[in-house]
Design a protein. Structure first.
Length: 208
């Protein structure tokens, strides 16, 4: 995770530096965000979910019956630990030869990558566009989505929007970047928990 952060920082600096060298920094829209939250399943190598700790899940899901393990490991038969795959008792990957490798993460705390909880969905975004009306130091709590980038790019290019017969989830976020309101009143996110279970999460601008 440290290497990834350093690489992103370095490459972001290269892009911003190139804009400066070519005199394009003031009129170029720079939009910096993430596609999802931390991969908490990987525990110490995962990153940080910040304040989004899954309080409801922690209070309503028992770690004795629900354990999340890092890649290559599987939940032990008891105790909430994780063991190496294979070994004695092959199907569950438990037994003397497998050995407990790490403590299991209660799935109530697994609110990052792959989940429908805020630690995965609610990502910060940093925008720089001096000549486009983005004020330095301004902040907004309006609802936007990475799905909005496509429609926003069309608007910036002066291109015609998709025809009404084409269903596009994204909205033009330029009003938000300039201090206005989002065209979204709701954002939807679906999570397939199993072939038979579909969880729909609705995020509303009235929630917070």
């Amino acid at each position: 995770m440290v290497n990834l952060a350093e690489d992103v920082d370095y490459l972001t600096g290269r892009v911003l530096g190139a804009l400066d060298r070519h005199g394009l920094a003031q009129r170029t829209l720079v939009f910096w965000t993430s596609d999802n939250g931390p991969w908490l399943q990987e525990q110490r190598s995962a990153g940080n979910a910040g304040p989004f700790s899954g309080a409801w899940l922690g209070a309503n899901v028992s770690p004795r019956i629900c354990t999340v393990c890092p890649s290559g490991l599987t939940p032990a038969a008891a105790g909430g630990g994780c063991v190496k795959r294979g070994g004695a008792g092959a199907g569950a990957g438990v037994g003397a030869k497998a050995g407990v490798a790490v403590a299991g993460l209660p799935c109530g705390a697994d609110v990052g990558l792959g989940s429908s909880w805020e630690a995965n969905l609610r990502m910060p975004a940093i925008v720089r566009w001096p000549e486009g009306g983005v004020r330095a130091g301004a902040s907004s709590s309006e609802l936007v989505s990475t799905a909005d980038v496509f429609v926003t790019a069309l608007a910036l290019a002066g291109a015609a929007p998709p025809p009404p017969s084409t269903i596009i989830d994204g909205k033009n976020m330029l009003p938000v970047l300039r201090g206005g309101r989002s065209a979204h009143r709701f954002l939807y996110h679906c999570e397939h928990l199993s072939p038979a279970v579909l969880l729909m999460i609705v995020i509303s601008d009235a929630c917070c």
